[in-house]
Design a protein around this ligand. Structure first.
Ligand code: BEZ
Length: 391
């Protein structure tokens, strides 16, 4: 190669670098666009709002910036509809050019988001949906969860109910990933401890016509019932269970979503119910005390588990961003920082597993008045098995 030709190649390489540099620089110093893909209508609307409130609270506490970069929001109402999820997430990535995806509540929606996030390499933080696959077969360097896997509260309750001496249990839930996996986690622990799930009842999401299934529970006469419902559906289920006269004769238990953020609406029908979850209303966690005061002041509302998960999604983003000095292209460093981090959560500090799911205490709670009062720790530092995850 002649010297003149080498010079031309060198000059064009330098020119290309000069053109590219400002773009790369801009990506680590400009605003960060956060795409909030959450349900703002339907049975999970209040869950979506609480997650957004929690996320914004943490960002506002940092002066509206994370790692020195201002946070800008783009919002999409996903309606908890998996059939619209791929289009919605593609719009956020392609039309709105978001840097980070935060969503969603519904497991089916979150799985569609995880697929696109994996294909495009976009950072995704799941602030609720427990779909086991997200931190199982779909796991990836750029996908994290600030909440729980469906398996976790279910498994913890299986152990609790077996210890309480229940032998024959009926399960009832919505027929979709969250319900199926919650019941599977419950059954795994309950049957390992000698119990038997005698009937698995379900209805399509988000139906709330429970009557025929309640009649079937009454005729089956199990020792107890385990359930997964959340949001508006949980309110109706608890009220219908009591109205059918079952609450007095067949004790009702659930993953804690049954009574979280729902107690105002459920009233006396929820009194005394036992549930398992990674949050409770009366924790003696210093971070929880300040969080609850700040949340109530900012939103004139009491926080719930969803608000905590939103707050922690923002904390996780902050930890990763600080480690990479605001440069979201540095995915390996971002993931490594979260792998070493202890997140100072209102639920109590937690770490993040190899498959990017919280390793956390699952609490046993009981409804007393308008609170999910702490009874004790049902499962200490429970780690989702992350089955099928190959990073
Ligand atoms: C889910 O679909 O994963 C889910 C929805 C509401 C509460 C908990 C889990």
């Amino acid at each position: 190669m002649s010297n003149a030709f080498k010079k031309i190649i060198l000059q064009s390489t330098l020119l290309a670098a000069a053109v590219l540099l400002p773009a790369v620089h801009a990506q680590s110093t400009g605003k960060i666009k956060v795409g909030l893909m959450l349900p703002y209508t339907g049975t999970f609307a209040s869950l979506g709002n609480a997650i957004e409130n929690g996320f914004r609270l943490y960002v506002n506490e940092q002066g509206g910036k994370l790692a020195g970069r201002e946070i800008e929001y783009v919002k999409v109402d996903d309606e908890s509809d998996p059939s619209k999820a791929t289009d919605n997430v593609n719009k956020l990535i392609k039309r709105d050019a978001v840097d980070v995806l935060v969503g969603s509540v519904h497991s089916g929606v979150a799985m569609a988001m995880a697929k696109v996030a994996k294909e495009t390499g976009t950072l995704l933080i799941v602030p609720n949906a427990g779909a086991d696959a997200v931190t199982g077969p779909m796991c990836a360097q750029n996908i994290f969860r600030s909440s729980f896997s469906n398996w976790q509260p279910g498994y913890a309750m299986g152990e609790v109910m077996a210890k309480k001496g229940h032998k024959n249990v009926v399960t009832i839930t919505w027929k979709y990933a969250a319900g199926d996996e919650s019941v599977r986690g419950f059954k795994e622990a309950f049957e390992k401890s000698g119990g038997k799930v005698v009937k698995e009842l379900s209805l399509p999401f988000p139906n709330v016509e429970f009557q025929a299934l309640l009649t079937e529970i009454a005729t089956t006469k199990p020792d107890a019932v385990y359930t997964f419902f959340a949001g508006g559906g949980a309110v109706k289920f608890v009220k219908d269970y009591a109205a059918a006269g079952l609450k007095k004769s067949i004790p009702l238990y659930g993953a804690g979503f049954l009574t979280d953020g729902t107690l105002e609406a459920q009233g006396a029908d929820a009194e005394g119910l036992f549930t398992t979850l990674h949050y409770a209303d009366s924790l003696s966690v210093a971070k929880d005390k300040t969080f609850r005061l700040s949340y109530a002041k900012a939103f004139k509302l009491q926080p719930d588990v969803y608000a905590v998960q939103g707050y922690d999604a923002a904390q996780m983003l902050s930890v990763g961003l600080n480690a990479v000095k605001g440069d979201l292209n540095n995915k390996a460093e971002f993931a490594a920082a979260l792998g070493k981090a202890k997140i100072d959560s209102p639920r109590g500090a937690f770490t993040i597993s190899k498959s990017h799911n919280p390793v956390q205490d699952i609490y046993l709670r009981q409804v007393v008045g308008k609170e999910n009062k702490l009874v004790g720790v049902a499962s200490k530092s429970l780690t989702d098995p992350g089955r099928g995850c190959r990073m």
